[in-house]
Design a protein around this ligand. Sequence first.
Ligand code: SF4
Ligand code: SF4
Length: 359
Amino acid sequence: MTSTTRVGSHPGAVALNYRAAPVVAFWEITKACALACRHCRAQAQPKRHPLELTTRECFAVVEELGRFQPKPILVISGGDPLMRRDLFEVAGCAVDHGLRTSLSPSVTALVTATNLGRAYRAGVRHISFSLDGATPQVHDGFRGVAGSFDRTLESIAMAQEAGLTVQLNTTVSRWNLAQLPELAEIMARTGVILWDLFFLVPTGRASAQEMLSPQEHEEVFNWLYDLSLRASFPLKTTLGQHYRRVTLQRSGGDLERIDSLPSSNDGNGICFISHIGEVYPSGFLPVPCGNVRNVSLVATYREHPVFLSLRDKGQLKGKCGVCPFNAACGGCRARAYGLTGDYLAADPTCAFVPPAWKG
Ligand code: SF4
Ligand code: SF4
């Protein structure tokens, strides 16, 4: 995993080393999915797109990902990656190229003991499922398909039986805010190795009305910090960079307490490849930076002006630009883009007012 180095005396001062390679590459290998979630980033469709990358093109992507040093973790997502028949071939190829490869399938009838066994035999050791509510009513309402809640709990057990470690992802929104404590109990009961809380960004089918307010973000982050001190499972945030600021404030600058991907952010430690090969800084920041069909992924990540600007804290605007925590946090670039159209703007969901902010 990419390392961080402290520079200077302020607890928020962290120098990043994500210039050469992302720590995680997310790959939306298809947009096809049988579910119809109300917040779907991918705006998934029932059928595969005719211009999806072919198997041969997928092998080329894997080869290119293997050229990064250090090699990133590869998360194959969608849509539902199980909608592609060549999934295990592609995943096996990624493992052969030295990429730690995990799958993020939708919970449908395709999550079977047979398919999970095939994933394991391909060299996959980690899988993530989504759980967005602590009750069938809330989770199934989110996912758009009755029975999803029960099937998710069954899938967790099946994956563990197949030898895979399981991570659960929760998209935090107004829809499920009240159920977070109950969700935490489910995490403890099911033996997952990570709870990843995604803070809703208005992109795809997700709307700004479902997003938490700055104050609600603050309350959830403080609750999460307390939970992290006693939980039997690790937790992290995605698209909730300001949790790092809260962690630093609450812990007196203990960087060890911050989630496992230090200071990664869209385009800075993260990159995304779409089903048709477009390269974005992240799936939630859909600014096209070329297509793997005709540009080098490695060169795009390292040199494209959008990626370069996202890694340059000096270009941050508004209060994020003058914030003493911006090296560790930097605000969610995808949310800034989704709400303002400017990926360098301040994250509008942060309640913190930096001392130097005169706005
Ligand atoms: S399971 Fe994932 S890809 Fe499928 S509709 Fe839901 S959010 Fe979209
Ligand atoms: S002002 Fe920006 S950089 Fe500072 S804590 Fe808030 S989101 Fe992070």
